[in-house]
Design a protein around this ligand. Structure first.
Ligand code: ADP
Ligand code: MG
Length: 240
């Protein structure tokens, strides 16, 4: 039994690995040490919550994991490869290939339908034309919005808009999904539907999902929860 367990854990892949990262924002004489010596990793198939009060460094940490923001110190490895933040040409490629983003305010393009919003993301990943359209419809079906493909964002509810943005994040089948306060604009029922979708993607499709939140209503869905306070990460623990 023990051998089998060891084998199983050995097979787990660290899709995200953060090693001793710091972020210092410096604007003129104003210096903010937003993230301090954070080390963490997220396996394939795991849903991890990053929780903490406003201003504690959650978005800063997520942005560094998402290759949007350069750490002042430390390393980030995505899919086993160290991110070379100085190599600005490679960062957009890494983001497009491996990472899907979900935001609190959905960030959908208001002039485009649900389907076209997902297609736009597929286009950025080199998938175009009829193939992109069919794929976009499939992705919307996967999040339960098969019947809303041709709706504009203004004709969708908040929960539906967030599900469109989940479908958009899935364009190109990235291994990592990063979400910043995805339930912040949703009622509890729709918030739960969105996080349950992400939980399924982690467990069924082996994605690594990291969700920044201070929504206590979704903690039971997490495999692990990290707390961050004043830029310092507290240990992650398994949720019950
Ligand atoms: P959270 O997402 O937990 O609310 P943030 O990561 O947004 O926290 O911010 C952490 C700290 O860094 C805060 O003190 C915030 O004011 C500061 N901060 C965030 N972004 C910037 C920036 N672009 N320039 C300067 N300070 C920033
Ligand atoms: Mg934030």
């Amino acid at each position: 039994m023990l051998t089998a367990f060891r084998k199983h854990t050995d097979l787990k892949t660290k899709q995200i690995e953060v090693i001793g990262i710091d972020k210092v924002y410096q604007e003129g004489s104003v210096r903010v040490h937003a993230v301090k010596g954070v080390t963490l990793s997220v396996d394939a198939g795991e849903l991890v919550l990053l929780m903490g009060p406003s201003g504690s460094g959650k978005t800063t940490l997520l942005s560094m994991i998402g290759c949007i923001l350069k750490p002042t110190k430390g390393q980030v490895h995505i899919m086993g490869k160290e991110i070379l933040y100085w190599d600005e040409n490679s960062l957009p490629m890494i983001r497009r290939k491996y990472i899907g983003f979900i935001f609190q305010h959905f960030n959908l393009l208001s002039a485009l339908t649900a389907c076209e919003n997902v297609e736009a993301s597929l286009n950025l990943k080199g998938i175009k034309g009829k193939v992109a359209e069919l794929m976009s419809r499939e992705l919307l079906e996967q999040v339960g919005l098969g019947g809303r493909c041709d709706f504009l964002p203004r004709d969708l509810s908040g929960g539906e808009k967030q599900r469109v943005s989940i479908a958009r994040a899935l364009a190109g089948n990235p291994s990592i999904i990063l979400a910043d306060e995805p339930t912040g604009n949703l009622d509890s029922q729709n918030g739960r539907i969105a996080i349950e979708l992400l939980k399924n993607l982690a467990s069924k499709e082996n994605k690594s999902v990291v969700i920044v939140t201070h929504d206590n209503r979704i903690t039971d869905l997490a495999d692990r929860i990290y707390h961050i306070e004043d830029g310092i990460l507290k240990n992650g623990y398994l949720s019950l």
